[in-house]
Design a protein around this ligand. Structure first.
Ligand code: AAL
Length: 404
């Protein structure tokens, strides 16, 4: 009996020794891949001595291998007709461009009057440039000269969830129907007011539009304000990344479902090492009109601002601008949820309206070759401008080309 016991004991010791060593060798090997770069990697990254890797070189060694396919530069320019700058009118946050009946169409936020801010009579004044907006649309033969057509979706009647402002719109065409999704605010527009998302649909890009009776997306309700002051930084608990506002909605038909991408603003938002704490989320529905269910993986970005997403190569691409440590990157995910950086770009125009009439599969960034953006002339007045982008594949001085 004693003999059996001691054999069993020895076996256990041996098993745990082997298991322990296996663990050790796994961690030793992963350390090795981290610290022992290949000759090609050393040459590609220009590392002086692979025995002495700086933190920057260690990070560079972890980068996935990408070419310059996703690297682009932008040029922004004035448009003509009704999109020429007009003092007294705010036109901003253009939707994507679609091509219908031989013409380009876009929708946008439109308001008039100067901004008063939050200090005065918020019931009757205008607190932001995007306050007291309706959604208007314009068409163009060439994408340069635009004709304003009039309102598409207007604010709801007093007491409705969208009675104060409807703004920051996106267009989706699906199976012959048109869908506009947009931000909504209910009066009074105070600092702590929650923002929601509404939807309208039509059989024609020229309307008439039917509005959803209820919002299709709302902020998470797990944040807790501290005190009664109208202050958005004072919180007991911040809650989810979208506990205060759901913004910049954009619906993409994807894998037989509808992916509603949006920007979240959090109660108690902070400034971090990358700027404002802004992150994106996605909510998924079986039908364009919803119900939209927020993904358990939210937030799906750690940076960004206005949503700018497009389908590419069976996945979804996303341009991340303005805020957060990963701003000025283009990212791609093969499942619409798990995004990785494909390129780091020298800034991008704000609030981009993509060219959805482009052949999106031609190149990863083909949809960005032309499009719309907005620009601040002042905090009171913004107008819609055009942009172009081009791929950058080499960097040569004048006269150097022939010598390549
Ligand atoms: C934009 C967007 C949303 C915000 C405001 C108008 O950049 O993120 O639309 O509410 O600013």
């Amino acid at each position: 009996m004693k003999g059996i016991k001691s054999t069993l004991g020895l076996a256990l010791v041996l098993i745990s020794f082997v298991a322990c060593n296996q663990k050790k060798s796994e961690s030793c090997c992963s350390d090795q891949t981290e610290t022992k770069p290949t000759t090609e990697e050393i040459d590609h990254l220009g590392i002086t001595n692979p025995e002495y890797l700086s933190a920057a070189s260690k990070r560079a060694l972890k980068w996935p291998k990408h070419g310059n396919e996703w690297f682009i530069e932008f040029e922004v320019f004035d448009l003509k007709g009704d999109f020429a700058y007009e003092e007294g009118v705010v036109r901003r946050d253009p939707s994507a461009i679609i091509k219908e009946n031989g013409k380009f169409y876009t929708w946008y936020s439109r308001s008039t009057g100067k901004v008063d801010g939050f200090a005065g009579d918020i019931e009757n004044e205008k607190v932001f440039p995007w306050d007291r907006c309706d959604i208007w649309y314009a068409t163009s033969e060439d994408g340069i000269t635009w004709d304003e057509q009039g309102p598409a979706v207007t604010r709801g009647e007093k007491g409705a969830y969208d009675d104060r402002s409807v703004f920051t719109v996106e267009i989706m065409k699906h199976e012959g129907k048109y869908y506009l999704c947009y931000q909504t605010v209910k009066s009074p527009y105070n600092v702590r007011v929650k923002n929601q998302v509404g939807l309208a649909w039509s059989d024609s890009p020229d309307g008439p539009w039917t509005k959803s009776k209820e919002p299709i997306l709302s902020p998470a309700d797990n944040g807790v304000w501290k005190g009664d002051k109208d202050n958005r930084f004072m919180v007991e608990k911040k809650g989810d990344f979208d506990s205060h506002k759901v913004h910049d909605p954009c619906i993409i038909p994807y894998n037989g479902k509808f992916y509603l991408y949006y920007k979240g603003e959090q109660m108690g938002e902070e400034i971090t090492f990358g700027g404002r704490q802004i992150r994106h989320g996605v909510a998924i529905a079986d039908n364009p009109q919803g119900p939209y269910v927020k993904s358990k993986y939210n937030p799906i970005s750690n940076s960004g601002h206005e949503i700018c997403v497009w389908p590419y190569n069976g996945g979804i691409a996303s341009l991340i601008t303005t805020d957060g440590p990963e701003k000025n990157t283009i990212q791609w995910s093969k499942d619409g949820i798990n995004f990785n950086i494909m390129s780091s770009i020298p800034g991008a125009p704000h609030a981009i309206g993509l060219n959805r009439s482009a052949d999106t599969e031609k190149e990863p960034t083909e949809i960005l070759r032309m499009g719309l953006t907005h620009e601040y002339v002042s905090y009171d007045w913004q107008y819609i401008r055009g942009f172009k982008s081009h791929r950058k594949t080499s960097h040569v001085a004048p006269g150097e080309e022939g010598k390549e």
